[in-house]
Write a protein that binds this ligand. Structure first.
Ligand code: SAM
Length: 340
C-alpha cells in the first residue's frame, strides 16, 4: 500500500509482461513461426499467416509482439526473420533447441500453474484439477501415460540436459572414475556430455523401461559407444555397478523419505571411494534465491527444492563425505561426494 505510483506501475508492467511474454513465446513456438522464418527468412506477415494457417491480423500481432521481445527482427516492407536468440534456441532443429522444453511448459506446467491459488491454499500439486486425473507418481501416472506426452517430456529433458550438460560434466575432475551410472538419465543427453568431457569414462543410463525404449530417437549422430542403457526402477531394482553415480535433476522431485530410499540403495551399491555427483538448483542457504528454484517449488510437487547444506546432510546420513560444491554459471549447480 505504501508503494509509490511509479513502483505500482512498474510492478503491474512486470506481471503483465511476464504473462504475455510466455503466452507469445509458447504460441509462436507451437505455431512453428521460428521454423518457418528459419527456412524462409524475410517473409511478410501475410506470407507467414499462410504458412502457419492463421489469420493475417492475428499473425501480424504475434510477429510484432515477438519483435518487441527480441525474438524476431523486422525490416522495411515489413519483413521478418529470426533474431539471434531464436536462431540459437527456438527453431526446432537448432543443436541447443529449447522447443521441447517450451512445449512441455505450455502443455503441462502452464495448466498446473493456472491453479496456483489452490496449490498454495492446499499445499498440494494441482494435477487432478488441471487434467482431470489423479497422479501419485508424476512420471509413471502423468508424463508416461500417453506416448505423445512421454515423447514431449523426454524432448523437454533432452533440451535442458543439452544446455546444462557440459557445465555439470566439467564441474569436477572426474579422471579417477572409469564407469558411471546416470540414474534417471532419460534420453542419455547428460551421459553423452560426460563421455565427451571425460575420454576415459563409460556411462550406463538407468531409467524406466518406457523411457529407455525410446532413447534411440535421441541418439546423437556421432554417438559414443561408451554410453549404454539399462532399464529399471531406481526405488526397487538392483542398480548397475559403477565407480560414480550421477543424480541430475532427480532428488528435487522426491520427498525426504523417497530420497533416503534411493540414497540407501546407491550407498549399498557403492564400495569405499565410489563417487556420487548430484546436480540440482541449490537454494541459497537463507532461501532468498535463486528465484528459478523458489518459483519451481510453487508447483507443489511431492518433492522439494533444497540448499547445498540440506543435500549434504542427506548424503552424509548415507555414508557420503568430502562434499565439494560448485555453483556453475549455468542453470544447475553440482556437488560431488565420496563413499567412506
Ligand atoms: N537426469 C535427466 C536430466 O537431468 O535431464 C532427467 C531428469 S527428469 C527430471 C527425471 C528422470 O527420472 C526421468 O528421466 C524419469 O524417467 C526418471 N525416473 C523417474 N522415476 C524413476 C524411477 N522410479 N526409476 C528410474 N528412473 C526414474
Amino acid at each position: 500500500p505504501s508503494a509509490s505510483p511509479v513502483h505500482k506501475v512498474s510492478f503491474e508492467f512486470c506481471c503483465f509482461r511476464l504473462t504475455f511474454t510466455q503466452l507469445a513465446l509458447f504460441t509462436a513456438s507451437k505455431m512453428r513461426v521460428f521454423d518457418v522464418l528459419h527456412s524462409r527468412p524475410g517473409l511478410d506477415a501475410t506470407q507467414v499467416a499462410h504458412e502457419i494457417k492463421a489469420s493475417v491480423k492475428g499473425t501480424e500481432c504475434l510477429l510484432e509482439a515477438c519483435v518487441s521481445l527480441g525474438l524476431l527482427e523486422k525490416y522495411q516492407k515489413p519483413m521478418y526473420e529470426n533474431s539471434d536468440l531464436a536462431r540459437r534456441f527456438l527453431r526446432s532443429d537448432a543443436p541447443l533447441s529449447l522447443q521441447g522444453y517450451i512445449q512441455h511448459c505450455n502443455e503441462l506446467v502452464w495448466p498446473l500453474f493456472s491453479h496456483l491459488e489452490s496449490a498454495v491454499r492446499e499445499g498440494t500439486n494441482q494435477y487432478e484439477k488441471a487434467f482431470g486425473r489423479k497422479s501419485d507418481d508424476l512420471f509413471q501416472d502423468a508424463y508416461y501415460s500417453r506416448h505423445e506426452v512421454k515423447l514431449r517430456f523426454m524432448k523437454a529433458m533432452h533440451s535442458m540436459a543439452k544446455i546444462t550438460g557440459k557445465a555439470v560434466a566439467t564441474a569436477f575432475d572426474l579422471s579417477s572414475f572409469k564407469t558411471a551410472c546416470d540414474l534417471g538419465g532419460c534420453t542419455g543427453a547428460m551421459a553423452y556430455e560426460f563421455t565427451k568431457a571425460h575420454p576415459g569414462l563409460s556411462v550406463t543410463v538407468f531409467d524406466l523401461p518406457g523411457v529407455v525404449d525410446m532413447c534411440g530417437h535421441f541418439r546423437p549422430r556421432d554417438a559414443d559407444n561408451r554410453v549404454s542403457f539399462v532399464t529399471g526402477d531406481f526405488f526397487k531394482d538392483e542398480l548397475p555397478k559403477a565407480d560414480l553415480y550421477i543424480l541430475a535433476r532427480i532428488l528435487h522431485d522426491w520427498p525426504d523419505e523417497k530420497v533416503h530410499t534411493l540414497l540407501s540403495k546407491i550407498s549399498d551399491a557403492c564400495t569405499p571411494g565410489c563417487g556420487l555427483l548430484v546436480s540440482e538448483i541449490f537454494l541459497d542457504e537463507d532461501r532468498r534465491g535463486p528465484c528459478r528454484g523458489l518459483l519451481q517449488a510453487l508447483s507443489m510437487s511431492q518433492g522439494k527444492q533444497r540448499s547445498a547444506t540440506e543435500y549434504s546432510l542427506l548424503l552424509k546420513s548415507h555414508g557420503f563425505t568430502a562434499v565439494h560444491v560448485r555453483h556453475t554459471d549455468n542453470l544447475l549447480d553440482t556437488l560431488l561426494c565420496i563413499k567412506e
